[in-house]
Design a protein around this ligand. Structure first.
Ligand code: RIB
Ligand code: CA
Length: 311
């Protein structure tokens, strides 16, 4: 049976789990990876951009264009980065051990490259933002005419329950709540939101990481990148496992329907109070599909199986 080809752009802040997600896309034959655009987030934009290029080189895909986007949020300064989780370099201290990056980033920048991909594509394009939504909010502001050319947005972010950056806010939403509000509440593009409620319920444990490492040199290098992140999870949560948040979202982008969405309106707290960045279900706004359920064992197994094909 022929597989549906998915024209895809990943917008990312690598980030250890971003690296897993990018490698997953590279390992997936359904994916026509048109570009990778980068955004501030886990670490500053220069690092996220260099990291995206190195991870693509690791995956043997340094042919994929990379373009840098927003270095900071739309309105207020970034309140918190995530070096504690991802290491000072964003890849668990292993960035320099990965292959040298390929071509220089596209000087047009993320928004222009996203617009060009959308304009030039024969069919609508899936966009998988796995960091703050700043680039996507800017794209929709500058090029509203291109919204119909976006098949869907599959965003890793938000949480209906506990947050991971504050008690109530998930990191990607907390980085730029105004951008999240713009993308989640103005109905110009179908959105699937993949929140912590789901991604924290499918932790990748020692066997998963061991099988990744045993898959070959690329899997071993990625497992090394995960080491620091794994220590952070042990310290913070007391578990020997990691949440591959971004890879769960990208698997949904690659295989639509892998996750089970619930349709609901989402409101984003954009005040400067203690709830800033919270994503709250309910209200009168347009609905998004919030992925709250999945066969999490099957999701983890599928991600691992695909990653291991990279060798
Ligand atoms: O809250 C998890 C998200 O924040 C992931 O995208 C991770 O990479 C960080 O950016
Ligand atoms: Ca990320």
């Amino acid at each position: 049976m022929s597989r549906a080809v998915i024209p895809l752009v990943i917008d990312t802040d690598p980030g250890v789990d971003d690296a897993v997600a990018i490698m997953l896309a590279a390992a997936s034959p359904e994916v026509d990876l048109r570009a990778v655009t980068t955004v501030f987030g886990n670490v500053p934009l220069p690092n996220t951009t260099a990291n995206a290029r190195r991870v693509l080189a690791l995956a043997g895909r340094d042919d994929v264009p990379v373009a840098a986007g927003a270095a900071r949020p739309l309105v207020h300064p970034q309140a918190e980065r995530a070096e504690a989780w991802h290491g000072d370099d964003g890849l668990g201290g292993r960035a320099s051990e990965l292959p040298e990056p390929g071509a220089e980033p596209d000087p047009r920048g993320a928004v222009a490259v996203l617009a060009a991909v959308l304009r030039e594509s024969a069919e609508p394009v899936t966009i998988a933002p796995i960091g703050p939504l700043t680039n996507i909010a800017l794209l929709l502001a500058v090029h509203p005419e291109l919204a119909p050319r976006i098949r869907r947005i599959v965003w890793m972010g938000g949480s209906l329950g506990a947050g991971n950056t504050t008690g109530v806010a998930e990191f990607n939403a907390h980085c730029d709540p105004e951008a999240a509000h713009r993308v989640l509440t103005q109905a110009d593009v179908p959105v699937t939101m993949v929140p912590l409620d789901l991604t924290m319920s499918c932790p990748a444990g020692p066997e998963w990481i061991g099988a990744l490492a045993a898959g070959g040199p690329r899997g071993e290098a990625l497992a090394q990148v995960i080491t620091h992140y794994r220590t952070a999870f042990r310290t913070r949560y007391g578990i020997d496992a990691v949440a591959v948040h971004d890879a769960v979202a990208v698997l949904e982008a690659i295989l639509p329907g892998t996750l089970t969405p619930t349709s609901m309106a989402i409101r984003v707290a954009c005040d400067l109070g203690p709830a800033r960045g919270a994503t709250v279900a309910g209200g009168a706004g347009p609905h998004v599909g919030v992925a709250l359920d999945a066969d999490t064992d099957a999701v983890l197994a599928e991600i691992l199986t695909r990653l291991r094909t990279l060798g």
